[in-house]
Design a protein. Structure first.
Length: 178
């Protein structure tokens, strides 16, 4: 028993040209190339199963990108009618085919704060009045809170930022081991 009819995709000549150019461009990320191919094959009349088999991907992935394109199609056509140039249209198409923001809690620490924490870890703890020769995660957490870099941070978070998070900078850990 066949499933529901997939959403119809229609492309303007300029949209097709830009999508085909994106597929051919060697420097484009493969995820963008794959999504362009999905839209092109869908516009050629292939159903989700045919596109999925052709590109060796999941049928649900085809459905997602077909629906995403169909939802954005009116805005793309409007931009063309308003006289957008090819570069601008290509940027709009890339936005349509880009990943959506991932779910989850936002980061608690800004990149600037992380850099400042690492900078404090590179200092001599005795210059900060600490009675230790090497930073411990607890001492460093206390110091960055005292300096107002962050309002609160756990020693475990400090440890993740310094040497335990897979950073390649130091050949030795920046913190003393317990």
């Amino acid at each position: 028993m066949p499933g529901p009819e997939p959403t119809s995709i229609e492309l303007s000549v300029r949209q097709r040209e830009i999508l085909e150019r994106s597929v051919r461009r060697e420097t484009n990320p493969q995820r963008l190339v794959r999504r362009c191919k999905i839209v092109l094959e869908a516009a050629d009349g292939a159903n989700n199963t045919e596109v999925a088999q052709s590109l060796d991907i999941n049928r649900g992935t085809v459905r997602i990108w077909r629906e995403r394109w169909a939802a954005a199609a009116p805005a793309l056509l409007l931009a063309e009618e308003e006289g957008i140039d090819d570069k601008g249209l290509a940027e709009l198409i890339e936005q349509v085919l880009a990943d959506e923001p991932r779910p989850g809690a936002p980061s608690k620490f800004e990149p600037e704060q992380i850099v400042q924490i690492i900078a404090v870890a590179c200092e001599d703890p005795q210059e900060s009045g600490r009675p230790v020769t090497h930073w411990t995660p607890q001492e460093l957490a206390d110091e960055v809170i005292k300096r107002g870099i962050v309002t609160s941070i756990s020693p475990r978070s400090v440890g993740r930022f310094l040497g335990r998070g897979g950073l390649e900078a130091p050949s030795e850990p920046l913190l003393a081991e317990r």
